[in-house]
Write a protein that binds this ligand. Sequence first.
Ligand code: HEM
Length: 534
Amino acid sequence: MLQWGQVRDVLDFLPVRQLLLLVIVGVIAQAIYDLKFHPLAKFPGPKIAAVSNVWWAFHSISGRYPWVIEDNLKRYGKYFALSIFYIKQYDPNYISGDVIRIAPNELVFITPQAAKDIYLAQQNHLESFVQVGYDALDTGDNGITGEPNPARHREIAKRLAPAFSNRNLIAKEPTIQKHMDQFIQKMEQLQGSNIEFRQWSDWLALDLSADMTYSQDEGHVRDMKDSDFLKFTLRLNRFLTLSQISRKFNLAVRVILTPFVYLAIPPSTWPSIPTLLKKAAKDFQQRIDRRGNTEQLDYVEQMLPIDHPVPGKKELFHVQNVAGQLLLASWQPLANQFYIILLFLLKDPDVYANAVSEVRIAYDDSGEITLGSVAGENLKYLQACVSEGLRLHAETTDGLPRISPGAIVDGHYIPQGVICQVSYFAATRSPRFFHEPLQFRPERWLPHDDPRFDLAFAKDDLKASKPFSQGLRGCPGGPIATAIIRLFLARVLWQFDIETTHQDISFDKDFKFMTFWERPDFLIRMKLVTRQKE
Ligand code: HEM
Protein backbone atom coordinates (compact mmCIF):
# COMPACT_ATOMS: atom_id res chain seq x y z
CA MET A 1 0.00 0.00 0.00
CA LEU A 2 1.18 3.50 -0.81
CA GLN A 3 1.84 5.43 2.45
CA TRP A 4 1.06 9.15 2.88
CA GLY A 5 4.76 9.70 3.63
CA GLN A 6 5.69 8.38 0.20
CA VAL A 7 3.07 10.62 -1.45
CA ARG A 8 4.48 13.61 0.49
CA ASP A 9 8.00 12.74 -0.66
CA VAL A 10 6.82 12.78 -4.27
CA LEU A 11 4.97 16.07 -3.75
CA ASP A 12 8.00 17.55 -2.00
CA PHE A 13 10.01 16.89 -5.16
CA LEU A 14 10.11 20.38 -6.63
CA PRO A 15 9.25 19.72 -10.32
CA VAL A 16 6.17 17.69 -9.29
CA ARG A 17 4.87 20.52 -7.11
CA GLN A 18 5.50 23.04 -9.84
CA LEU A 19 3.79 20.83 -12.37
CA LEU A 20 0.76 20.38 -10.11
CA LEU A 21 0.59 24.12 -9.49
CA LEU A 22 0.80 24.72 -13.21
CA VAL A 23 -2.06 22.29 -13.87
CA ILE A 24 -4.25 23.92 -11.19
CA VAL A 25 -3.52 27.42 -12.48
CA GLY A 26 -4.19 26.21 -16.03
CA VAL A 27 -7.55 24.68 -15.07
CA ILE A 28 -8.62 27.85 -13.21
CA ALA A 29 -7.51 30.09 -16.08
CA GLN A 30 -9.38 27.91 -18.58
CA ALA A 31 -12.51 28.02 -16.40
CA ILE A 32 -12.34 31.84 -16.16
CA TYR A 33 -11.88 32.06 -19.93
CA ASP A 34 -14.80 29.67 -20.57
CA LEU A 35 -17.10 31.58 -18.25
CA LYS A 36 -16.20 35.15 -19.14
CA PHE A 37 -14.31 35.45 -22.42
CA HIS A 38 -15.29 32.43 -24.56
CA PRO A 39 -17.49 33.35 -27.56
CA LEU A 40 -20.24 31.24 -25.96
CA ALA A 41 -19.90 32.96 -22.56
CA LYS A 42 -23.07 34.97 -23.13
CA PHE A 43 -25.24 31.89 -23.50
CA PRO A 44 -27.07 30.68 -20.40
CA GLY A 45 -26.79 27.21 -18.93
CA PRO A 46 -25.34 25.40 -15.92
CA LYS A 47 -21.98 26.95 -14.99
CA ILE A 48 -20.37 23.53 -14.59
CA ALA A 49 -21.35 22.72 -18.19
CA ALA A 50 -19.66 25.89 -19.42
CA VAL A 51 -16.31 24.89 -17.94
CA SER A 52 -16.21 21.14 -18.49
CA ASN A 53 -17.56 18.34 -20.66
CA VAL A 54 -18.13 16.34 -17.49
CA TRP A 55 -21.68 17.69 -16.95
CA TRP A 56 -22.71 16.60 -20.45
CA ALA A 57 -20.92 13.24 -20.10
CA PHE A 58 -22.53 12.50 -16.74
CA HIS A 59 -26.05 13.15 -18.03
CA SER A 60 -25.44 11.29 -21.30
CA ILE A 61 -24.68 8.11 -19.40
CA SER A 62 -27.46 8.59 -16.83
CA GLY A 63 -30.22 7.56 -19.22
CA ARG A 64 -31.98 10.88 -18.49
CA TYR A 65 -30.20 13.08 -21.05
CA PRO A 66 -33.28 14.18 -23.06
CA TRP A 67 -35.17 15.09 -19.88
CA VAL A 68 -32.18 16.95 -18.38
CA ILE A 69 -31.82 19.05 -21.54
CA GLU A 70 -35.55 19.74 -21.52
CA ASP A 71 -35.42 20.83 -17.85
CA ASN A 72 -32.47 23.12 -18.47
CA LEU A 73 -34.09 24.70 -21.50
CA LYS A 74 -37.03 25.52 -19.21
CA ARG A 75 -34.86 26.73 -16.37
CA TYR A 76 -32.62 29.13 -18.31
CA GLY A 77 -34.80 31.83 -19.80
CA LYS A 78 -34.32 33.97 -22.84
CA TYR A 79 -31.44 36.37 -22.32
CA PHE A 80 -29.99 39.64 -23.31
CA ALA A 81 -26.34 39.63 -24.21
CA LEU A 82 -24.79 42.53 -22.33
CA SER A 83 -21.15 42.72 -23.18
CA ILE A 84 -19.64 39.62 -21.59
CA PHE A 85 -22.46 39.17 -19.05
CA TYR A 86 -25.98 38.00 -19.54
CA ILE A 87 -29.09 38.60 -17.48
CA LYS A 88 -32.21 36.53 -17.51
CA GLN A 89 -35.27 38.12 -18.97
CA TYR A 90 -38.01 37.63 -16.39
CA ASP A 91 -40.88 37.72 -18.81
CA PRO A 92 -44.27 36.80 -17.26
CA ASN A 93 -45.17 35.00 -20.50
CA TYR A 94 -41.88 33.17 -20.52
CA ILE A 95 -42.26 29.44 -21.00
CA SER A 96 -38.80 28.22 -21.81
CA GLY A 97 -35.48 29.39 -23.12
CA ASP A 98 -34.47 29.09 -26.74
CA VAL A 99 -30.85 28.05 -26.34
CA ILE A 100 -28.53 26.77 -23.63
CA ARG A 101 -24.86 25.95 -23.37
CA ILE A 102 -24.38 22.30 -22.40
CA ALA A 103 -20.60 22.03 -22.77
CA PRO A 104 -17.76 24.54 -23.20
CA ASN A 105 -18.15 24.42 -26.98
CA GLU A 106 -21.71 23.20 -27.44
CA LEU A 107 -25.21 24.67 -27.62
CA VAL A 108 -28.69 23.17 -27.69
CA PHE A 109 -31.52 25.03 -29.41
CA ILE A 110 -35.24 24.36 -29.31
CA THR A 111 -37.08 26.42 -31.94
CA PRO A 112 -38.18 25.21 -35.39
CA GLN A 113 -36.23 28.16 -36.83
CA ALA A 114 -33.01 26.89 -35.23
CA ALA A 115 -33.69 23.41 -36.63
CA LYS A 116 -34.08 24.87 -40.12
CA ASP A 117 -30.94 27.01 -39.76
CA ILE A 118 -28.88 23.99 -38.74
CA TYR A 119 -30.25 21.01 -40.63
CA LEU A 120 -31.38 22.69 -43.86
CA ALA A 121 -28.29 24.86 -44.38
CA GLN A 122 -26.41 23.81 -47.51
CA GLN A 123 -23.97 25.05 -50.07
CA ASN A 124 -23.65 23.46 -53.50
CA HIS A 125 -25.97 20.64 -52.35
CA LEU A 126 -23.62 19.80 -49.47
CA GLU A 127 -24.57 20.35 -45.85
CA SER A 128 -22.95 23.41 -44.25
CA PHE A 129 -23.36 22.24 -40.66
CA VAL A 130 -21.25 19.10 -40.79
CA GLN A 131 -22.09 16.05 -38.71
CA VAL A 132 -19.63 15.36 -35.87
CA GLY A 133 -18.96 11.80 -37.13
CA TYR A 134 -19.59 8.54 -35.36
CA ASP A 135 -17.79 5.23 -35.69
CA ALA A 136 -18.14 3.70 -32.23
CA LEU A 137 -16.18 0.57 -33.04
CA ASP A 138 -13.43 2.46 -34.86
CA THR A 139 -13.82 0.24 -37.91
CA GLY A 140 -12.35 2.92 -40.17
CA ASP A 141 -15.54 3.09 -42.24
CA ASN A 142 -18.41 5.39 -41.27
CA GLY A 143 -21.06 3.76 -43.45
CA ILE A 144 -23.74 6.38 -44.08
CA THR A 145 -25.09 7.40 -40.69
CA GLY A 146 -21.66 8.30 -39.31
CA GLU A 147 -20.02 9.75 -42.42
CA PRO A 148 -18.85 13.28 -41.56
CA ASN A 149 -17.48 14.22 -44.99
CA PRO A 150 -20.36 16.02 -46.78
CA ALA A 151 -19.20 15.12 -50.30
CA ARG A 152 -18.70 11.45 -49.46
CA HIS A 153 -22.01 11.37 -47.58
CA ARG A 154 -23.84 12.81 -50.58
CA GLU A 155 -22.30 10.19 -52.84
CA ILE A 156 -23.44 7.35 -50.54
CA ALA A 157 -26.89 8.87 -49.97
CA LYS A 158 -27.44 9.31 -53.72
CA ARG A 159 -26.53 5.71 -54.40
CA LEU A 160 -28.92 4.55 -51.68
CA ALA A 161 -31.81 6.87 -52.54
CA PRO A 162 -33.66 4.45 -54.88
CA ALA A 163 -33.84 1.98 -51.97
CA PHE A 164 -36.35 4.33 -50.34
CA SER A 165 -38.48 4.97 -53.39
CA ASN A 166 -42.16 4.15 -53.62
CA ARG A 167 -41.32 1.42 -56.15
CA ASN A 168 -39.05 -0.19 -53.62
CA LEU A 169 -41.69 0.05 -50.88
CA ILE A 170 -44.26 -1.68 -53.11
CA ALA A 171 -41.71 -4.38 -53.94
CA LYS A 172 -41.23 -4.97 -50.21
CA GLU A 173 -44.93 -5.33 -49.38
CA PRO A 174 -45.10 -9.17 -49.61
CA THR A 175 -42.11 -9.43 -47.24
CA ILE A 176 -43.59 -6.95 -44.79
CA GLN A 177 -47.01 -8.65 -44.88
CA LYS A 178 -45.38 -12.07 -44.41
CA HIS A 179 -43.95 -10.93 -41.07
CA MET A 180 -47.19 -9.23 -40.03
CA ASP A 181 -49.08 -12.49 -40.83
CA GLN A 182 -46.64 -14.48 -38.76
CA PHE A 183 -47.03 -12.07 -35.84
CA ILE A 184 -50.84 -12.16 -36.04
CA GLN A 185 -50.82 -15.98 -36.14
CA LYS A 186 -48.65 -16.13 -33.03
CA MET A 187 -50.94 -13.69 -31.23
CA GLU A 188 -53.90 -15.89 -32.16
CA GLN A 189 -52.16 -18.90 -30.65
CA LEU A 190 -51.30 -16.95 -27.51
CA GLN A 191 -54.61 -15.17 -27.15
CA GLY A 192 -55.82 -14.84 -23.60
CA SER A 193 -52.37 -15.24 -22.06
CA ASN A 194 -50.06 -12.46 -20.92
CA ILE A 195 -47.65 -11.34 -23.64
CA GLU A 196 -44.56 -9.30 -22.79
CA PHE A 197 -44.80 -6.91 -25.69
CA ARG A 198 -41.38 -5.22 -25.34
CA GLN A 199 -39.67 -8.37 -26.61
CA TRP A 200 -42.35 -9.00 -29.24
CA SER A 201 -41.87 -5.46 -30.58
CA ASP A 202 -38.13 -6.17 -30.93
CA TRP A 203 -38.74 -9.57 -32.53
CA LEU A 204 -41.17 -8.25 -35.11
CA ALA A 205 -39.16 -5.12 -35.93
CA LEU A 206 -35.86 -6.98 -36.20
CA ASP A 207 -37.32 -9.73 -38.41
CA LEU A 208 -38.81 -7.06 -40.68
CA SER A 209 -35.61 -5.03 -40.80
CA ALA A 210 -33.29 -7.98 -41.47
CA ASP A 211 -35.52 -9.20 -44.28
CA MET A 212 -35.81 -5.73 -45.85
CA THR A 213 -32.03 -5.34 -45.63
CA TYR A 214 -30.58 -8.77 -46.49
CA SER A 215 -33.56 -10.96 -47.46
CA GLN A 216 -32.84 -13.02 -44.37
CA ASP A 217 -35.54 -14.28 -42.02
CA GLU A 218 -34.05 -14.03 -38.52
CA GLY A 219 -36.98 -16.06 -37.17
CA HIS A 220 -37.50 -14.26 -33.84
CA VAL A 221 -41.28 -14.28 -34.15
CA ARG A 222 -41.31 -17.85 -35.49
CA ASP A 223 -39.09 -19.21 -32.70
CA MET A 224 -40.33 -16.77 -30.05
CA LYS A 225 -36.85 -16.16 -28.66
CA ASP A 226 -34.00 -13.66 -28.76
CA SER A 227 -31.16 -14.34 -31.18
CA ASP A 228 -27.63 -13.77 -29.88
CA PHE A 229 -27.46 -10.68 -32.08
CA LEU A 230 -30.50 -9.13 -30.41
CA LYS A 231 -29.47 -10.08 -26.88
CA PHE A 232 -25.89 -8.85 -27.18
CA THR A 233 -26.55 -5.68 -29.17
CA LEU A 234 -28.89 -4.35 -26.51
CA ARG A 235 -26.27 -5.06 -23.87
CA LEU A 236 -23.83 -2.75 -25.67
CA ASN A 237 -25.91 0.35 -24.89
CA ARG A 238 -23.61 1.69 -22.17
CA PHE A 239 -20.43 0.82 -24.10
CA LEU A 240 -21.59 2.60 -27.27
CA THR A 241 -22.62 5.64 -25.25
CA LEU A 242 -19.30 5.80 -23.37
CA SER A 243 -17.43 5.37 -26.63
CA GLN A 244 -19.23 8.43 -28.04
CA ILE A 245 -18.68 10.40 -24.83
CA SER A 246 -14.94 9.73 -24.77
CA ARG A 247 -14.61 11.40 -28.19
CA LYS A 248 -15.52 14.74 -26.68
CA PHE A 249 -12.39 14.80 -24.51
CA ASN A 250 -8.82 15.51 -25.59
CA LEU A 251 -6.41 12.72 -26.51
CA ALA A 252 -4.82 12.43 -23.05
CA VAL A 253 -8.20 12.01 -21.32
CA ARG A 254 -9.36 9.62 -24.05
CA VAL A 255 -6.37 7.38 -23.48
CA ILE A 256 -7.23 7.22 -19.76
CA LEU A 257 -10.94 6.64 -20.47
CA THR A 258 -10.54 3.92 -23.11
CA PRO A 259 -10.12 0.94 -20.72
CA PHE A 260 -13.24 2.08 -18.80
CA VAL A 261 -15.16 2.33 -22.06
CA TYR A 262 -14.34 -1.29 -22.89
CA LEU A 263 -15.09 -2.36 -19.31
CA ALA A 264 -18.67 -1.21 -19.94
CA ILE A 265 -19.14 -4.26 -22.16
CA PRO A 266 -20.68 -6.82 -19.78
CA PRO A 267 -18.22 -9.73 -19.26
CA SER A 268 -20.92 -12.22 -20.28
CA THR A 269 -20.89 -10.60 -23.73
CA TRP A 270 -17.11 -10.74 -24.32
CA PRO A 271 -16.88 -14.35 -25.57
CA SER A 272 -19.76 -13.78 -28.00
CA ILE A 273 -18.36 -10.72 -29.76
CA PRO A 274 -15.92 -12.54 -32.09
CA THR A 275 -18.65 -15.11 -32.91
CA LEU A 276 -21.13 -12.35 -33.70
CA LEU A 277 -18.66 -10.48 -35.91
CA LYS A 278 -17.84 -13.72 -37.74
CA LYS A 279 -21.54 -14.46 -38.20
CA ALA A 280 -22.20 -10.95 -39.56
CA ALA A 281 -19.39 -11.37 -42.12
CA LYS A 282 -20.61 -14.88 -43.06
CA ASP A 283 -24.25 -13.77 -43.43
CA PHE A 284 -23.13 -10.90 -45.62
CA GLN A 285 -21.00 -13.18 -47.81
CA GLN A 286 -23.95 -15.59 -48.17
CA ARG A 287 -26.12 -12.67 -49.21
CA ILE A 288 -23.55 -11.68 -51.85
CA ASP A 289 -23.57 -15.27 -53.12
CA ARG A 290 -27.37 -15.05 -53.48
CA ARG A 291 -27.26 -11.92 -55.64
CA GLY A 292 -30.06 -11.98 -58.17
CA ASN A 293 -31.77 -14.87 -56.37
CA THR A 294 -33.78 -13.05 -53.73
CA GLU A 295 -37.57 -12.87 -53.65
CA GLN A 296 -37.61 -9.10 -53.17
CA LEU A 297 -35.65 -5.95 -53.83
CA ASP A 298 -33.77 -5.65 -50.53
CA TYR A 299 -31.34 -2.87 -49.60
CA VAL A 300 -28.27 -4.98 -50.47
CA GLU A 301 -29.66 -5.67 -53.97
CA GLN A 302 -30.08 -1.93 -54.32
CA MET A 303 -26.46 -1.24 -53.36
CA LEU A 304 -24.95 -4.16 -55.30
CA PRO A 305 -27.19 -4.75 -58.32
CA ILE A 306 -26.73 -8.04 -60.15
CA ASP A 307 -25.66 -6.29 -63.36
CA HIS A 308 -22.67 -4.71 -61.55
CA PRO A 309 -19.51 -6.69 -60.70
CA VAL A 310 -18.87 -7.48 -57.04
CA PRO A 311 -16.59 -4.67 -55.82
CA GLY A 312 -13.24 -5.02 -54.07
CA LYS A 313 -12.70 -5.79 -50.38
CA LYS A 314 -12.76 -2.19 -49.15
CA GLU A 315 -15.99 -1.30 -50.94
CA LEU A 316 -17.60 -4.57 -49.86
CA PHE A 317 -16.75 -3.77 -46.25
CA HIS A 318 -18.36 -0.36 -46.71
CA VAL A 319 -21.54 -1.91 -48.11
CA GLN A 320 -21.59 -4.37 -45.22
CA ASN A 321 -21.32 -1.45 -42.81
CA VAL A 322 -24.11 0.51 -44.50
CA ALA A 323 -26.32 -2.60 -44.49
CA GLY A 324 -25.64 -3.07 -40.75
CA GLN A 325 -26.56 0.55 -40.11
CA LEU A 326 -29.77 0.23 -42.14
CA LEU A 327 -30.69 -2.79 -40.05
CA LEU A 328 -30.18 -0.87 -36.80
CA ALA A 329 -31.72 2.38 -38.09
CA SER A 330 -34.85 0.49 -39.02
CA TRP A 331 -35.15 -2.07 -36.21
CA GLN A 332 -34.83 0.16 -33.15
CA PRO A 333 -37.26 2.96 -34.07
CA LEU A 334 -39.85 0.54 -35.45
CA ALA A 335 -39.74 -1.56 -32.27
CA ASN A 336 -40.08 1.58 -30.16
CA GLN A 337 -43.03 2.84 -32.17
CA PHE A 338 -44.90 -0.51 -32.09
CA TYR A 339 -44.49 -0.48 -28.32
CA ILE A 340 -45.23 3.17 -27.58
CA ILE A 341 -48.30 3.39 -29.75
CA LEU A 342 -49.96 0.43 -28.01
CA LEU A 343 -48.91 1.83 -24.63
CA PHE A 344 -50.47 5.25 -25.29
CA LEU A 345 -53.59 3.75 -26.85
CA LEU A 346 -54.21 1.42 -23.93
CA LYS A 347 -53.81 4.25 -21.45
CA ASP A 348 -56.78 6.10 -22.89
CA PRO A 349 -59.98 4.08 -23.48
CA ASP A 350 -61.56 6.84 -25.63
CA VAL A 351 -58.59 7.09 -27.98
CA TYR A 352 -58.41 3.30 -28.17
CA ALA A 353 -62.14 3.04 -28.95
CA ASN A 354 -61.91 5.72 -31.68
CA ALA A 355 -58.99 4.00 -33.39
CA VAL A 356 -60.60 0.56 -33.17
CA SER A 357 -63.92 1.73 -34.54
CA GLU A 358 -62.30 3.55 -37.47
CA VAL A 359 -60.22 0.51 -38.50
CA ARG A 360 -63.07 -1.98 -38.16
CA ILE A 361 -65.42 0.21 -40.21
CA ALA A 362 -62.77 0.76 -42.89
CA TYR A 363 -62.11 -2.92 -43.61
CA ASP A 364 -64.35 -5.95 -44.13
CA ASP A 365 -61.45 -8.33 -44.50
CA SER A 366 -57.89 -8.31 -43.17
CA GLY A 367 -56.61 -8.98 -46.71
CA GLU A 368 -57.69 -5.43 -47.60
CA ILE A 369 -55.23 -3.93 -45.12
CA THR A 370 -52.27 -2.94 -47.25
CA LEU A 371 -49.43 -0.40 -47.13
CA GLY A 372 -51.38 1.66 -49.66
CA SER A 373 -54.81 1.45 -48.04
CA VAL A 374 -53.61 2.53 -44.58
CA ALA A 375 -52.78 5.91 -46.12
CA GLY A 376 -56.46 6.31 -47.14
CA GLU A 377 -58.83 9.18 -46.37
CA ASN A 378 -60.99 6.89 -44.22
CA LEU A 379 -58.18 6.24 -41.71
CA LYS A 380 -57.38 9.76 -40.56
CA TYR A 381 -57.63 8.89 -36.88
CA LEU A 382 -55.28 5.91 -37.21
CA GLN A 383 -52.80 8.10 -39.09
CA ALA A 384 -53.14 10.74 -36.38
CA CYS A 385 -52.33 8.12 -33.72
CA VAL A 386 -49.11 7.26 -35.58
CA SER A 387 -48.11 10.93 -35.93
CA GLU A 388 -48.78 11.43 -32.22
CA GLY A 389 -46.66 8.39 -31.26
CA LEU A 390 -43.82 9.73 -33.40
CA ARG A 391 -44.20 13.16 -31.78
CA LEU A 392 -44.08 11.94 -28.20
CA HIS A 393 -41.43 9.27 -28.58
CA ALA A 394 -38.56 10.93 -30.43
CA GLU A 395 -35.91 8.53 -31.69
CA THR A 396 -32.61 10.34 -31.89
CA THR A 397 -32.73 12.28 -28.67
CA ASP A 398 -28.96 12.75 -28.50
CA GLY A 399 -29.66 15.97 -30.40
CA LEU A 400 -28.08 15.27 -33.81
CA PRO A 401 -24.97 17.41 -33.21
CA ARG A 402 -23.49 19.44 -36.07
CA ILE A 403 -20.44 21.72 -36.37
CA SER A 404 -21.14 25.36 -37.16
CA PRO A 405 -19.42 26.79 -40.24
CA GLY A 406 -19.83 30.28 -38.67
CA ALA A 407 -23.47 31.17 -39.29
CA ILE A 408 -26.62 32.66 -37.82
CA VAL A 409 -28.82 30.22 -35.90
CA ASP A 410 -32.16 31.48 -34.65
CA GLY A 411 -30.87 35.05 -34.74
CA HIS A 412 -27.56 34.39 -32.97
CA TYR A 413 -24.20 34.36 -34.72
CA ILE A 414 -22.61 31.00 -33.90
CA PRO A 415 -18.84 30.99 -34.50
CA GLN A 416 -17.15 28.39 -36.65
CA GLY A 417 -16.39 25.13 -34.86
CA VAL A 418 -19.14 25.41 -32.22
CA ILE A 419 -21.22 22.24 -31.93
CA CYS A 420 -24.94 22.91 -32.32
CA GLN A 421 -27.90 20.64 -31.88
CA VAL A 422 -31.67 20.86 -31.54
CA SER A 423 -33.63 19.09 -28.87
CA TYR A 424 -36.62 17.90 -30.88
CA PHE A 425 -37.58 16.05 -27.69
CA ALA A 426 -37.93 19.31 -25.72
CA ALA A 427 -39.63 21.06 -28.65
CA THR A 428 -42.36 18.47 -29.10
CA ARG A 429 -43.04 18.46 -25.35
CA SER A 430 -43.18 22.24 -25.03
CA PRO A 431 -46.43 24.17 -24.44
CA ARG A 432 -45.00 26.82 -26.78
CA PHE A 433 -45.78 24.55 -29.71
CA PHE A 434 -48.43 22.10 -28.51
CA HIS A 435 -51.52 22.34 -26.35
CA GLU A 436 -51.37 19.65 -23.62
CA PRO A 437 -47.95 18.67 -24.95
CA LEU A 438 -47.38 15.65 -22.72
CA GLN A 439 -50.76 14.09 -23.49
CA PHE A 440 -51.35 11.59 -26.31
CA ARG A 441 -53.96 13.54 -28.30
CA PRO A 442 -54.28 12.25 -31.89
CA GLU A 443 -57.03 14.84 -32.45
CA ARG A 444 -54.38 17.54 -32.92
CA TRP A 445 -53.33 15.91 -36.22
CA LEU A 446 -56.82 15.73 -37.75
CA PRO A 447 -57.84 18.11 -40.53
CA HIS A 448 -59.62 21.09 -38.98
CA ASP A 449 -62.88 20.25 -40.79
CA ASP A 450 -62.95 16.71 -39.35
CA PRO A 451 -65.80 16.47 -36.80
CA ARG A 452 -63.38 14.74 -34.41
CA PHE A 453 -60.95 17.69 -34.49
CA ASP A 454 -60.80 19.63 -31.23
CA LEU A 455 -60.44 23.42 -31.49
CA ALA A 456 -58.22 23.43 -28.40
CA PHE A 457 -55.42 22.22 -30.68
CA ALA A 458 -56.00 24.82 -33.40
CA LYS A 459 -52.84 26.73 -32.52
CA ASP A 460 -50.52 23.73 -32.35
CA ASP A 461 -47.38 24.21 -34.43
CA LEU A 462 -47.34 20.72 -35.93
CA LYS A 463 -44.14 21.45 -37.84
CA ALA A 464 -42.27 21.57 -34.53
CA SER A 465 -42.54 17.76 -34.53
CA LYS A 466 -39.85 16.40 -36.85
CA PRO A 467 -39.52 12.72 -35.97
CA PHE A 468 -37.38 12.07 -39.04
CA SER A 469 -35.41 15.35 -38.75
CA GLN A 470 -34.91 17.18 -42.05
CA GLY A 471 -32.45 18.21 -44.72
CA LEU A 472 -29.71 16.25 -46.44
CA ARG A 473 -29.22 13.95 -43.46
CA GLY A 474 -32.87 13.57 -42.52
CA CYS A 475 -34.20 10.02 -42.32
CA PRO A 476 -34.65 8.52 -45.80
CA GLY A 477 -36.72 5.70 -44.25
CA GLY A 478 -39.48 8.04 -42.99
CA PRO A 479 -42.19 7.10 -45.54
CA ILE A 480 -41.42 3.36 -45.25
CA ALA A 481 -41.43 3.53 -41.46
CA THR A 482 -44.70 5.48 -41.32
CA ALA A 483 -46.39 3.00 -43.68
CA ILE A 484 -45.20 0.01 -41.64
CA ILE A 485 -46.34 1.47 -38.30
CA ARG A 486 -49.78 2.29 -39.74
CA LEU A 487 -50.01 -1.22 -41.19
CA PHE A 488 -49.04 -2.80 -37.87
CA LEU A 489 -51.63 -0.79 -35.96
CA ALA A 490 -54.43 -1.38 -38.47
CA ARG A 491 -53.81 -5.12 -38.64
CA VAL A 492 -53.60 -5.57 -34.88
CA LEU A 493 -56.65 -3.43 -34.05
CA TRP A 494 -58.73 -5.08 -36.77
CA GLN A 495 -57.91 -8.55 -35.52
CA PHE A 496 -57.77 -8.23 -31.72
CA ASP A 497 -59.25 -6.59 -28.67
CA ILE A 498 -56.24 -5.62 -26.57
CA GLU A 499 -55.92 -4.95 -22.87
CA THR A 500 -53.06 -4.37 -20.49
CA THR A 501 -52.37 -4.84 -16.81
CA HIS A 502 -49.52 -2.33 -17.14
CA GLN A 503 -51.40 0.95 -17.47
CA ASP A 504 -49.11 2.50 -14.86
CA ILE A 505 -45.99 2.43 -17.08
CA SER A 506 -44.77 6.00 -17.33
CA PHE A 507 -42.77 7.16 -20.34
CA ASP A 508 -41.24 9.93 -18.23
CA LYS A 509 -40.24 7.73 -15.31
CA ASP A 510 -39.66 4.23 -16.65
CA PHE A 511 -37.84 4.83 -19.94
CA LYS A 512 -34.13 5.54 -20.34
CA PHE A 513 -32.16 6.79 -23.30
CA MET A 514 -28.49 6.27 -24.06
CA THR A 515 -27.58 5.14 -27.57
CA PHE A 516 -30.71 2.95 -27.58
CA TRP A 517 -33.92 3.40 -25.66
CA GLU A 518 -34.34 1.08 -22.67
CA ARG A 519 -37.99 0.23 -22.09
CA PRO A 520 -39.73 -1.57 -19.24
CA ASP A 521 -41.57 -4.87 -19.67
CA PHE A 522 -45.09 -4.31 -20.99
CA LEU A 523 -47.69 -7.02 -20.46
CA ILE A 524 -50.68 -7.11 -22.78
CA ARG A 525 -53.42 -9.60 -23.65
CA MET A 526 -54.89 -10.00 -27.12
CA LYS A 527 -58.32 -11.50 -27.79
CA LEU A 528 -59.42 -12.41 -31.30
CA VAL A 529 -62.40 -10.37 -32.47
CA THR A 530 -65.30 -12.62 -33.39
CA ARG A 531 -67.14 -11.48 -36.50
CA GLN A 532 -70.48 -12.73 -37.67
CA LYS A 533 -70.27 -14.34 -41.11
CA GLU A 534 -72.82 -12.97 -43.62
C1 HEM B 1 -40.04 5.32 -36.68
C2 HEM B 1 -39.08 5.10 -37.51
C3 HEM B 1 -37.86 5.99 -37.71
C4 HEM B 1 -37.51 7.17 -37.12
C5 HEM B 1 -38.29 7.96 -36.08
C6 HEM B 1 -36.24 7.58 -37.69
C7 HEM B 1 -35.56 8.74 -37.37
C8 HEM B 1 -34.38 9.14 -37.95
C9 HEM B 1 -33.74 10.41 -37.72
C10 HEM B 1 -34.24 11.49 -36.79
C11 HEM B 1 -32.62 10.44 -38.48
C12 HEM B 1 -31.67 11.59 -38.63
C13 HEM B 1 -30.34 11.38 -38.00
C14 HEM B 1 -29.43 12.55 -38.25
O1 HEM B 1 -29.86 13.61 -38.68
O2 HEM B 1 -28.26 12.38 -37.97
C15 HEM B 1 -32.54 9.18 -39.18
C16 HEM B 1 -31.55 8.84 -40.06
C17 HEM B 1 -31.55 7.70 -40.81
N1 HEM B 1 -32.54 6.75 -40.88
FE1 HEM B 1 -34.23 6.74 -39.82
N2 HEM B 1 -35.85 6.63 -38.61
C18 HEM B 1 -36.83 5.65 -38.65
C19 HEM B 1 -36.85 4.54 -39.46
C20 HEM B 1 -35.94 4.25 -40.42
C21 HEM B 1 -36.03 3.15 -41.35
C22 HEM B 1 -37.19 2.14 -41.46
C23 HEM B 1 -34.93 3.20 -42.12
C24 HEM B 1 -34.62 2.26 -43.25
C25 HEM B 1 -33.72 1.42 -43.26
C26 HEM B 1 -34.12 4.32 -41.67
C27 HEM B 1 -32.88 4.69 -42.18
C28 HEM B 1 -32.17 5.80 -41.79
C29 HEM B 1 -30.87 6.16 -42.35
C30 HEM B 1 -30.10 5.40 -43.42
C31 HEM B 1 -30.48 7.35 -41.73
C32 HEM B 1 -29.19 8.13 -41.95
C33 HEM B 1 -29.39 9.20 -42.95
C34 HEM B 1 -28.11 9.95 -43.25
O3 HEM B 1 -27.22 10.08 -42.41
O4 HEM B 1 -28.02 10.42 -44.37
N3 HEM B 1 -34.77 4.95 -40.65
N4 HEM B 1 -33.64 8.41 -38.86
